[in-house]
Design a protein around this ligand. Structure first.
Ligand code: HEM
Length: 405
């Protein structure tokens, strides 16, 4: 029998998520694919589809019967973790389908609602100011390393109820597992096993504290959570800690860093935002759209045809949400950063039932981080435009942005 995929051979691409040109500037790759083969196919990561149009990404994200998130951590392209570590990465809700997804998400949701997040604003403000105190007088800083990197990890450590002094370990896990996991499988596996030990111990410790004396944080919530009357099993508890810690670190770090990179490299946008602070809300949304960091994955759950593509059970789909954010069918002037863009219904946080649970938190951190930087630091510019570096893979963002003022 002929392979049905032969019919779409002209849709094949040698797309490589780690290609240095793609990492430096992915938009031309998406534009080319969107024109030539809007749902491209590659065998680089096993049979994998790559939709680049907004409407296709939306349709796939909303069709959870055909396109599953179950165990997606295990299929992260180019990376085969050892099974013991991989299985522990299965962290509901992000790697589950309904019905598990429904209750796992519902359990976390109240902690990430607007009022809970609003309460964290003063803490975030203070954390940002403390970081700025460290470099304000020097006339230069690395906006990614000295600033953006630290805000999300410190905020989520507080929410979880783990010591801020462990920040460096959390960041190194995020970097080793999520960023370098592609190249350094052994390192990523070891880091996952460390995460398991760390949170296993934290959860056990908390369980031993009498109920009335437990602090009001996410670890206590996980210890006390019940599903159909039973406590959560260890895998679910540890997986949730892992997800909450890591989902917000390099994603938000990327967005804050991108925002500051943008303002440093586009003086007219920086001047306008300083002069018209009421543009902050639209500027934040445009940072999220234009520099959208996160590409996710799905499994094809059963053989299906989607827009003429013969998809087979077990095929993967790379959900390049950032590509949807540059679709000219959906956005006017998609490759321009429009600081006062209206009706910016972007995909930075995904779409459908898995839409980012931390979006209120991420938006708050992004707003506070940029506001405090603009407030405390005079007009700033890139110190060395050629030295800006970007992380590649499923989370793209600047990792070194040296600025001076
Ligand atoms: C899900 C992006 C920050 C927690 C997602 C998804 C995206 C995303 C695209 C959808 C995944 C999918 O469809 O498979 C981002 C971006 C962020 C950010 C761009 C920062 C700018 C955060 C933060 C947290 C967080 C701060 C907090 C801990 C989660 C969780 C999910 C998720 C738990 C899974 C939701 C579910 O499956 O129902 N995020 N995220 N994210 N995000 Fe975020």
């Amino acid at each position: 029998a002929t392979d049905p995929r032969s019919e779409v051979r002209d849709w094949s691409t040698d797309f490589d998520i780690l290609d240095p040109d793609y990492v430096a500037d992915p938009a031309p790759v998406w534009a080319e694919l969107r024109e030539r083969c809007p749902i491209a196919h590659t065998d680089r990561y096993g049979s994998t589809w790559l939709p680049t149009r907004y409407n296709d990404l939306a349709a796939i994200a909303h069709d959870v019967e055909h396109f599953s998130s179950r165990d997606i951590a295990v299929i992260t392209p180019g990376r085969e973790l050892n099974p013991e570590a991989a299985i522990m990465l299965i962290a509901p809700p992000i790697t589950s389908d309904p019905p598990v997804h429904t209750w796992a998400r519902r359990m976390l949701l109240p902690r990430f609602g607007p009022s809970r997040i609003e309460e964290l604003t003063p803490i975030t403000h203070a954390l940002a100011d403390e970081l700025i105190d460290g470099f304000a007088a020097t006339g230069r800083a690395d906006a990614a390393q000295d600033y953006a990197q630290h805000i999300p990890v410190r905020v989520i450590a507080r929410m979880l109820g783990v010591p801020l002094e462990d920040e460096d370990i959390f960041t190194s896990w995020a970097v080793t597992i999520l960023q370098q996991g592609f190249q350094n499988i052994q390192g990523a596996t070891d880091a996952v096993l460390e995460v398991i030990d760390y949170f296993g111990a934290k959860l056990d410790e908390r369980e031993r504290v009498p109920e009335r004396e437990r602090p009001d944080d996410l670890i206590t919530m996980l210890v006390e959570a019940r599903h159909e009357g039973d406590p959560l099993d260890d895998r679910h508890r540890i997986g949730s800690c892992f997800l909450l810690l890591l989902a917000g670190i390099d994603t938000t770090w990327s967005s804050i860093g991108s925002g500051l990179y943008h303002l440093a490299s586009r003086p007219q946008d920086q001047a306008r935002l300083r002069a018209e602070p009421e543009l902050m809300t639209s500027a934040i949304e445009e940072i999220l759209r234009f520099y959208s960091p996160v590409t996710m994955a799905r499994y094809v759950a059963e053989d299906t045809e989607f827009n003429g593509c013969p998809m087979r059970k077990g095929d993967k789909i790379l959900m390049a949400f950032p590509a949807g954010n540059r679709d000219p069918e959906h956005f006017d002037r998609p490759d321009e950063f429009v600081i006062d863009r209206q009706r910016n219904r972007h995909f930075a946080f995904g779409s459908g039932i898995h839409r980012c649970l931390g979006s209120n938190l991420a938006r708050m951190e992004l707003r506070v981080a940029i506001e405090r930087f603009l407030d405390r630091i005079p007009t700033f510019e890139l110190a060395d435009p050629g030295a800006v570096t970007w992380s590649g893979g499923q989370v793209r963002g600047p990792r070194s942005v040296s600025v001076r003022w």
